[in-house]
Ligand binder design. Structure first.
Ligand SMILES: *Cc1c(COP(=O)(O)O)cnc(C)c1O
Length: 421
């Protein structure tokens, strides 16, 4: 459920008409609903009630300071994958003991920043990384809390670009080698082993892969404990999928996911961490765009809009489907048309949808891409010298620009011309 609904013939973001925001900030733009972000965070938090737990929002999904602060104030921790994300989390007021650091390529500098600023744990992805963390920790006179990310070799049955839990993926250490790698970790003076980490992929629409992975984690917990390791924390990653269309099968709910965690891991008495990103932010955001031209092709109508693949890359990159709706509610019974919806960028890949059924639209009309809150603004670029589009947050009947559109000079002046020119 989200808070983007039609009221009196117009699309609203909570209690603000989307068209009013468009008039104020220009198009295209992203708009987020605070109530939806909070609702999704709380669904996870409640799903784990009764277990010692922390929901660490995977901030790579949408990392604006206002989003982080909204979630942090509700009690969320953060899952970060770079120094930049770590510093963003800190800047939004998240304390180090609520930040977990994931990712396969943490550099010594990133590790130093996190240890100096405080960190809940590093989720370690390889033995060479383990040695670097230990060395940096020693240099700072600290002991770094770590989990080791295991790769359970489970097929997440999701898009190949976002599957991470198969042995062919670059993530984690093979679960079959876990005991040897934990023994190695325990021998390093700068490390303290606190648990196990697993994350098998994103946009999972079935609980079975999670069940398989978590059963393997439960078994591993017992054998590592038998080896003398103090396994007290299990980080179970993110990955729960969202409905991108309102017609397709509904993915499992957070409460069902929480139930599965209790069933597979509840008996171990561990503290549970989860790292949802997409499910918290995805349906909490729209990308709003305006029709520039309606162009008749040989055999089809093109809706050329002012948003493009550089603003929202998911369709081009993952063949992703987004529901696209008219901001003015179609009159009941109106005959719809099929459009190819495309942006102005000079690539055929700049196509958001083919033969999409929409109400008849004309130049100047506003449309909204639903489920654009996660992996939207964060993956945007300025390709074709199109300035990054603004982000707006709504809270009840108020809205605020939370990242302004840079003007053209700002964009151009980021470049510097060498002296010799
Ligand atoms: C991307 C990622 C997540 C979040 O995945 P979602 O599908 O957005 O929930 C969580 N943990 C790790 C380690 C990730 O790489």
């Amino acid at each position: 459920m989200d808070h983007f609904l039609y009221r009196d013939g117009a699309l609203y973001a909570e209690d603000v008409p989307v068209a009013e925001i468009a008039a104020a900030v220009g198009t295209p733009f992203y708009v987020y609903s605070s109530a939806t972000l909070l609702r999704h965070f709380r669904l996870f938090d409640e799903a784990l009630a009764g277990m010692d737990h922390l929901v660490c929002y995977a901030m790579k999904a949408a990392s604006n300071q206002a989003i982080l602060k909204t979630l942090a104030q509700a009690g969320a921790g953060m899952d970060v994958v770079s120094q930049g994300e770590y510093l963003r989390a800190k800047a939004a007021g998240v304390s180090g003991d609520k930040i977990v650091f994931s990712g396969v390529g943490k550099t010594a500098e990133e590790i130093r920043t996190a240890l100096s600023g405080g960190i809940r744990q590093f989720n370690v992805e390889s033995e060479p990384e383990m040695e670097v963390i230990s060395a940096v920790a020693q240099e700072l006179g600290q002991v770094a809390p770590i989990t080791i990310r295991v790769n359970p070799d489970v097929d997440a049955k999701t898009h190949a670009k976002i599957a991470t839990g198969k042995s062919e993926n670059k993530f984690g250490i093979p679960i079959a080698r876990a005991r040897a790698v934990y023994a190695h970790a325990a021998s390093l003076p700068g490390l303290q082993v606190v648990g196990i980490d697993v994350h098998i992929g994103s946009q999972l629409t079935d609980l079975e892969p999670f069940r398989k992975a978590y059963e393997k984690v439960a078994e591993l917990t017992e054998s590592l404990r038998a080896d003398g390791h103090d396994i007290r924390r299990l980080d179970l990653g993110g990955g729960l999928g969202i409905p991108y269309t309102r017609s397709n099968e509904a993915p499992p709910l957070p409460v069902e996911y929480g139930q599965l965690i209790k069933e597979t891991l509840g008996h171990l008495g561990c503290e549970i961490e989860i790292e949802p990103g997409r499910l918290i932010a995805g349906n909490a955001g729209l990308m709003v765009s305006r029709v520039i031209y309606v162009k008749s092709g040989e055999d089809r109508e093109f809706l050329i809009i002012d948003g493009a693949m550089n603003d929202l890359i998911r369709p081009a990159m993952y063949e992703a489907y987004h529901d696209i709706v008219a901001v003015t509610e179609p009159a009941p019974g109106i005959e719809s048309l099929a459009y190819d919806i495309v942006g102005p960028v000079c690539e055929s890949g700049d196509t958001f949808a083919k033969q999409r059924t929409m109400p008849p639209l004309v130049a100047g009309d506003l449309i909204a891409f639903r489920s654009a809150g996660a992996y939207g603004a964060v993956m945007a670029s300025e390709y074709n010298s199109r300035p990054l589009i603004p982000e707006v947050m709504v809270n009840g009947d108020q809205f605020a620009v939370i990242r302004a559109r840079p003007d053209f000079d700002e964009m151009i002046n980021r470049d510097t011309i060498p002296e010799w020119l």
